[in-house]
Write a protein that binds this ligand. Structure first.
Ligand SMILES: NC(=O)c1ccc[n+]([C@@H]2O[C@H](COP(=O)([O-])OP(=O)(O)OC[C@H]3O[C@@H](n4cnc5c(N)ncnc54)[C@H](OP(=O)(O)O)[C@@H]3O)[C@@H](O)[C@H]2O)c1
Length: 275
């Protein structure tokens, strides 16, 4: 039985949906059903039910809020994964491109030096370290720029789609480059890794995003096209749009680590144009 934490989040819902489609036995828990930072609750659940793997979709994901909510970000993103893994159940944990500083000029390999620029990135890296140094079994899947077309989901796709229907023009940063990742594709990849037993191996890092790269501006232009809106998209620089948290200017992840698993991500524009 697969335990899915954070089951009510963007990724958690997609993993639940895929388990249903594929007939994979699973036990989903939302934050109100299981707080991953509460060791006694986690240990109780794991002693009551027999799980062969945990897919951890729970996280503190408010990147700007984390700058001033440091303790909570660290508790959920660093302590939480460690609490889950300490049960002895192998874990597939999700991490982020924001562990890198964005100074690279070619895609980041899994073993490249990390250097987070934000509290969110630091807390996610601390979560990776807690798993890598804890000598647990499992896999850490770094991903980036995750979006869903599900209406209730808060993400870049839905924000731009909504604004495009309300405004004549939008200003979007064009000097940050990454790889948009459709959440359904990420969920499929996580389950492919699970079915291939990645969680039974010593803790290792794998990268998954959709293939290709673009800027937030390019991504916004393509989203606006899909809405059929006549809203114009104006490129701006990061300096024109100050945010609390610093983002990496370049955070494309090398996808070589997927090759042993035979997972081939589709091009980001194909994923975007899919219903
Ligand atoms: N979204 C992206 O662009 C992106 C990019 C790179 C990596 N990632 C990583 O991908 C993973 C999934 O992200 P997502 O987009 O699905 O985020 P999300 O929609 O914010 O989902 C996270 C879920 O975790 C829950 N949660 C928060 N604290 C918890 C706790 N203490 N115990 C249990 N559940 C808790 C949240 O509940 P509440 O909403 O009720 O707080 C929410 O349901 C995360 O590890 C994230 O760091 C995301």
């Amino acid at each position: 039985m697969l335990l899915i934490t954070g089951a009510n989040g963007q990724l958690g819902k997609a993993v639940v949906e895929q388990c249903l489609r594929q007939g994979i036995p699973f036990y989903p828990v939302t934050k109100s059903e299981l707080d991953i930072t509460c060791a006694s609750s986690v240990n109780r659940l794991v002693s009551e039910q027999k799980f062969n793997c945990i897919i951890n979709c729970a996280a503190y994901t408010a990147v700007d809020a984390a700058e001033t909510d440091v303790a909570n970000a660290y508790t959920v993103n660093a302590f939480g994964p460690w609490v889950l893994a300490s049960t002895g159940v192998p874990i597939i944990h999700v991490s982020t491109d924001y562990v890198f500083d964005g100074t690279a000029v070619s895609p980041y390999e899994t073993n490249d030096l990390t250097r987070p620029l934000s509290v969110y990135g630091l807390s996610k890296r601390a979560g990776e370290v807690s798993l890598l140094e804890g000598q647990f079994n499992g896999a850490i899947i770094r991903t980036a720029w995750v979006y869903s077309k599900a209406a209730e989901s808060r993400n870049f796709f839905n924000t731009i789609s909504k604004l495009a229907s309300e405004r004549d023009s939008l200003r979007v940063v064009s000097d940050q480059t990454g790889a948009p990742t459709r959440v359904e594709d990420l969920a499929l990849a996580l389950l492919s890794l699970y079915k291939q037993g990645s969680h039974k191996q010593p803790m290792h890092i794998v990268h998954f995003t959709n293939a290709g790269q673009c800027s937030w501006y390019d991504f916004a232009c393509e989203i606006v096209k899909t809405t059929g809106s006549s809203c114009s998209v104006i490129p701006i620089t990061t300096a024109d749009y100050p945010a609390k948290a610093v983002r990496p200017a370049y955070s494309v992840l090398s996808l070589k680590s997927l090759e042993p698993y035979g997972v081939k991500p589709r091009f980001w524009l194909d994923a975007l144009s899919d219903e």
